[in-house]
Design a protein around this ligand. Structure first.
Ligand SMILES: O=C(O)C(=O)C[C@H](O)[C@@H](O)CO
Length: 256
């Protein structure tokens, strides 16, 4: 049997441009709804394991479902726990997003967790889905090249430290978080406030200055189009849970 080769991280490659990658947030925690979304021709799907029901056991079948489609999977972890990073990489997630990154020291620790020694601390195992159960002779040598590690900048402190976070080797991309940024700036629930977006545009400029792709999740279509125009490399424009709840309510209204 021919040995397998590590899958190329198409999402990571396409972040280098020129086309903005259009994505969808997938938070329902079901491989059925995630596959339904994956068949929708989005460039990427964010599987959210920070908020809601997802864990390693529910994310695995979603990765398997997405693998059959063009959409590239990005998994958001609850935090930067190195043990969790190891487990999600071992089940085959190749693009990870870590929330609430606020310092260069935190960024360095995340980068170390995603890399094997001597560059990092990721424990080695090839009896994993990521290495297709020891069928990928090149997995250990090439794993890090095909991982995309995304740091979320979503607090006032993170914005203050964005230059050192973005400059950290091993941080491949940044994603701004308007909702949490608003909350940490004393404006919870005001993610669309001009003062928040002043900071978001600043973060975009700083990411560009550092040569790091920037992403964002925006439900307002006009704002999402502006983000694309102004140079965000990856923009999530909707979420499965919101699309479903709005469609359910709109249908019911039509028969009231
Ligand atoms: O703080 C934010 O904004 C984000 O992190 C992105 C999205 O809002 C997401 O958290 C929604 O669940």
């Amino acid at each position: 049997m021919m040995p397998l080769s590590i899958p190329h991280n198409i999402f990571k490659q396409k972040l280098l441009g020129p086309k903005c990658q259009i994505g969808l947030w997938s938070a329902l925690g079901s491989s059925i709804s995630t596959e339904l979304c994956a068949a929708g021709d989005f460039d990427w799907l964010l599987i959210d394991a920070e908020h809601g029901v997802n864990d390693v056991h529910s994310v695995l079948p979603q990765l398997q479902a997405i693998a059959a489609y063009k959409a590239q999977a990005v998994v958001r972890l609850p935090d930067g726990d190195p043990a969790l990073i190891k487990r999600y990489l071992d089940i085959g997630a190749q693009s990870l997003m870590i929330p609430m990154v606020e310092s260069a020291d935190q960024a360095k620790a995340l980068a170390a967790a995603a890399a094997y020694p001597p560059d990092g601390i990721r424990g080695i195992a090839t009896m994993t889905r990521a290495a297709r159960w020891s069928r990928m002779p090149d997995y250990i040598a090439r794993a890090r090249d095909e991982i995309c590690l995304i740091a979320q900048i979503e607090s006032a402190t993170g914005v203050e430290n964005i230059d050192t976070i973005a400059a950290t080797p091993g941080i491949d991309a940044l994603l701004m978080g308007p909702a949490d940024l608003a909350a940490t700036m004393g404006m919870p629930g005001q993610a669309n406030h001009p003062a928040i977006w002043d900071r978001i545009w600043h973060c975009l400029d700083r990411a560009k200055a550092a040569g790091k792709p920037a992403g964002i999740f925006v439900l307002d279509e006009t704002l999402a189009q502006e983000c694309i125009q102004r140079g965000f490399a990856f923009v999530a424009v909707g979420a499965d849970a919101i699309l479903l709840s709005r469609a359910v309510d709109a249908l019911r209204q039509r028969f009231s």
